[in-house]
Design a binder for this molecule. Structure first.
Ligand code: NAD
Length: 267
């Protein structure tokens, strides 16, 4: 893997799970990393932990539901590190109360639908907007958005979440198409089930086991498994890739819907 020395990165939702793992891996590969999160205390400790490991990192509080905070967090990154080369738009509105209410389009309170669109989709779009503006100032960069297997194929529930992630997929292709000739690449990772605080709080264990049973690979994906793919997309090793939605889901979306049952029958 090509080193990321001299690169400046901003990761949203970096206090926990996939964002935290990404911030650590980018820093370990030599990037200067700004960790942003709605949880100011947790993100400050996460940046401190990276500095203790010898990495270069700083923290900023940012709720991606707030346009001004997103603009300011990009500005803080450029101020701290002089440029922006890598942006991982990873944060999303993933809260147990929101997910519990996100049932189907007959029942979902419109406020829940609006909140998910406002944070997850609009926040990612605004991250791209301010990120692109900054990257144009240094000749380009790489944007990686966190999508989901639910943005590719829907489960029974969570329509707001699924549609917001599907929107992120199209946003990714739009940015890739429109800004590619300006030196900006944009790709997405679509994780399957990853054991993180959010997933554990939102997906009841029996459902999680159904997902695990549908994975083609026997192991469970970790936040680091996703973060390594993000780091690849951030680096010049992926310099010819843009507009891709990479399924990092252990093969969960790669096969026929009958796969898990058929495996049980030995076929
Ligand atoms: N864990 C999974 O199974 C899974 C699967 C597919 C996609 N994802 C996606 O991965 C991303 C990260 O999720 P995770 O599982 O690592 O969760 P996590 O709970 O471990 O981490 C999410 C982080 O985002 C922060 N956050 C929440 N709302 C925010 C906001 N409005 N602004 C800024 N930060 C905010 C939280 O404080 C937390 O630190 C999300 O986009 C999620 O949709 C997760």
């Amino acid at each position: 893997m090509t080193a990321l020395e001299g690169r400046s990165a901003l990761v949203t939702g970096a206090a926990s799970g996939i964002g935290l793992a990404t911030a650590k891996i980018l820093a370990a590969r030599g990037a200067r990393v700004m960790l942003s999160d709605i949880n100011a205390e947790a993100v400050a400790s996460a940046a401190e932990a990276i500095r203790e490991m010898g990495g270069e990192a700083a923290a900023v509080k940012c709720d991606i539901g707030d346009e001004r905070q997103i603009r300011d967090s990009v500005a803080r990154t450029v101020e701290a590190f002089g440029r922006l080369d890598i942006l991982h738009n990873n944060a999303a509105l993933v809260r147990p109360d929101i997910s519990a209410a996100d049932t189907d389009i007959l029942e979902v309170p419109i406020e829940v639908w609006d909140a998910v669109m406002n944070v997850t989709l609009r926040g990612t779009m605004l991250g791209c907007k301010f990120g692109i503006e900054a990257m144009l100032g240094n000749g380009g960069g790489s944007i990686i958005n966190t999508s989901s297997m639910y943005g590719v194929s829907p489960p029974l529930l969570m329509p707001s979440y699924c549609v917001s992630k599907a929107g992120i997929n199209m946003l990714t292709r739009h940015v890739a198409t429109t800004f590619g000739r300006k030196g900006i690449r944009c790709n997405a990772v679509a994780p399957g089930l990853v054991r993180t605080p959010a997933a554990d709080a939102i997906i009841p264990r029996p459902f999680a086991e159904v997902h695990e049973n549908a994975s083609a690979l026997a192991h469970q994906s970790t936040p680091e498994d996703i973060a390594h793919v993000v780091a690849f997309l951030a680096s010049d090793d992926s310099r010819s890739m843009t507009g891709e939605i990479l399924h990092v889901d252990g093969g969960t979306t790669s096969h026929l819907a009958t796969y898990a049952q058929a495996r049980g029958l030995g076929g």
